[in-house]
Design a protein around this ligand. Structure first.
Ligand SMILES: [Zn+2]
Length: 183
């Protein structure tokens, strides 16, 4: 999945969760959703492709054996600071990324690329960086899938506007020097 698809999936799930509780996503919580939705790739891709610490861009930070304890730790941290909602937001963003990668690979029949779910019990395929680059070029070429992805993106932006554009308020408050905690 593309970064914006991870962000969109995470936001839709978090928005649905908060709406079920009769609320709208908060400003800071929304930023945590978006940051956490990118974090597995921001950790694993440089570790694999730049530093060579791991051999796949979906390995350490994507594996539930690391992801779940990390989310629990972050939730515990925010709970101690009386902002558990940020922990929930982080968990939704992070775990939706992991789930999105796994389901996305399974849907196109690339089951090997979902093996990170069981890492380190099973091995994960070694990344071929040239083929990854080729996939990036292919993925950004005009195609029905890119059109669908764009339409879904427009729908998610519509949901975000309907939710009151959460996240923007943080920057406005910081500019006016009146930042406050939110849900
Ligand atoms: Zn990923």
């Amino acid at each position: 999945m593309w970064p914006w698809e991870h962000a969109a999936l995470a936001y839709v799930l978090y928005s649905a969760l908060t709406r079920r509780r009769g609320r709208s996503p908060g400003d800071v919580a929304t930023l945590w959703v978006l940051v956490a939705s990118q974090l597995p790739d921001l950790i694993d891709k440089p570790l694999a492709w730049t530093f060579g610490v791991v051999h796949s861009g979906r390995m350490l930070a994507h594996a539930p054996v690391v992801a779940v304890p990390l989310c629990v730790l972050v939730y515990w941290y925010f709970s101690r600071r009386s902002t558990p909602e940020y922990g929930v937001a982080f968990g939704v963003g992070y775990l939706s990324h992991v789930a999105g990668d796994a389901v996305g690979s399974a849907l196109v029949g690339e089951y090997a690329y979902a093996r990170f779910l069981l890492w380190p019990l099973v091995s994960v395929p070694v990344d071929d960086q040239e083929s990854v680059l080729g996939e990036v070029v292919d993925g950004l070429s005009p195609s029905p899938w890119l059109l669908v992805s764009g339409l879904v993106g427009v729908a998610v932006v519509g949901l975000w506007i309907a939710d009151g554009k959460p996240g923007l308020g943080t920057f406005r408050r910081e500019r006016s020097g009146s930042w406050r905690r939110d849900g």
